[in-house]
Write a protein that binds this ligand. Structure first.
Ligand SMILES: Nc1ncnc2c1ncn2[C@@H]1O[C@H](COP(=O)(O)OP(=O)(O)OP(=O)(O)O)[C@@H](O)[C@H]1O
Ligand SMILES: [Mg+2]
Length: 308
């Protein structure tokens, strides 16, 4: 189970689609999910797979890739049917206005539904054996919601320590918090604020005991110069306006912004700024992940570093 997290607009959805594409190419059974919001009829993530929205339940959305929304009402119904053992009864219970009002006032009732829907996919097995979904990707909403989900089991278990809710929470918690089954990836941009937010998110994830797979530094401008070349060029660019100095300055600025990422203790993977959009972008990003996925450091000098 991989949670793709980060500040708004950093590229979480594109990264999710790129990981899914790369994994599917390697023959992994992938499920792409995002939390379904009431009234959200179009999804940028779904659009990367040529759809307006992800389906309510699992459907194939690309070769080797399934997709589904995570919907709180689906999770709530699944949960109640597992407790009440009769689906019709669960549906009747949830369609009662009075009961709905009561339940929606209950703490984290919505999150619990989403959590349970997710859990149902993690549990799903194939008839011929093995997990139905070997890799479940979750394109998480903005930062605060991520910590609400990863911190949910611990908080709710303080309120309910026994019974079927507690059992489901414990099962989900052990899958989330075990680095063999759960990982969060923090996506960020080479800018000061997104980097600060990524560092804060790493702290928050550690507090909720969520294992972190790595930080994905997205949209890093490609730098054709070696360190020595840059130093040789700088006085020249400062002395007179030259074509290309804007790009040079931006690259320097990005380097400065990401310097703080040198201190993180998790892998850092860089995806360069692309010129493509749509499916071309996803493919470009998948290739970058494949190329750089094993790299430990992105801010270190690239492998092509050579004498000036
Ligand atoms: N490596 C890249 N190079 C160029 N453009 C990119 C790259 N990654 C993402 N983008 C573009 O940045 C924009 C935001 O990306 P995306 O929708 O994936 O971000 P997000 O974090 O999911 O945003 P939101 O907070 O709206 O969900 C999109 O227009 C996307 O095409
Ligand atoms: Mg998105």
């Amino acid at each position: 189970m991989v949670l793709v997290t980060g500040k708004g607009g950093v590229g979480r959805s594109s990264v999710t689609a790129a990981i899914a594409t790369l994994a599917a190419r390697r023959g992994v059974r992938v499920l792409v999910t995002e939390i379904g919001e009431v009234g959200s009829e179009h999804s940028p993530l779904a659009r990367l797979f040529g759809r307006e929205r992800l389906p309510d339940s699992v459907e194939t959305i690309a070769p080797g890739i399934s997709g589904s929304l995570l919907l709180s009402h689906v999770g709530q119904t699944l949960f109640l049917s597992s407790v009440l053992r009769v689906k019709a009864l669960a549906r009747a219970a949830l369609s009662s206005d009075a009961l709905r009002r009561l339940l929606s006032a209950a703490p984290s009732f919505r999150e619990m539904g989403i959590f349970y829907h997710l859990l149902s996919y993690l549990r799903e097995e194939r008839r011929e054996g093995g997990h139905a979904h070997e890799l479940v990707l979750i394109d998480m909403p903005a930062t605060g919601h991520t910590l609400a989900l990863t911190g949910l089991p611990e908080i709710l278990l303080k309120l309910v320590s026994r019974g079927p809710i507690a059992t489901a929470l414990r099962e989900g918690q052990s899958l989330l918090n075990d680095p063999r089954t759960g990982a969060a990836y923090v996506v960020t941009l080479p800018e000061t604020l997104p980097v600060s937010e990524a560092l804060e998110l790493l702290d928050g994830l550690a507090k909720t005991k969520m294992p972190v797979g790595g930080v994905i530094l997205n949209r890093m401008p490609e730098d054709p110069f070696t360190k020595a070349e840059r130093e040789a060029l700088r006085p020249l660019l400062e002395s007179r306006p030259l074509f290309g100095s804007e790009g040079f300055d931006r690259t320097e600025e990005c380097r400065r912004a990401v310097a703080r990422l040198d201190e993180i203790s998790v892998p850092l993977v860089t995806i360069p700024e692309a010129t493509e959009d749509g499916p071309g972008l996803v493919d470009f990003m998948a290739q970058a992940l494949e190329r750089n996925g094993g790299a430990r450091r992105a801010t270190a000098e690239p492998a092509r570093e050579r004498a000036p």
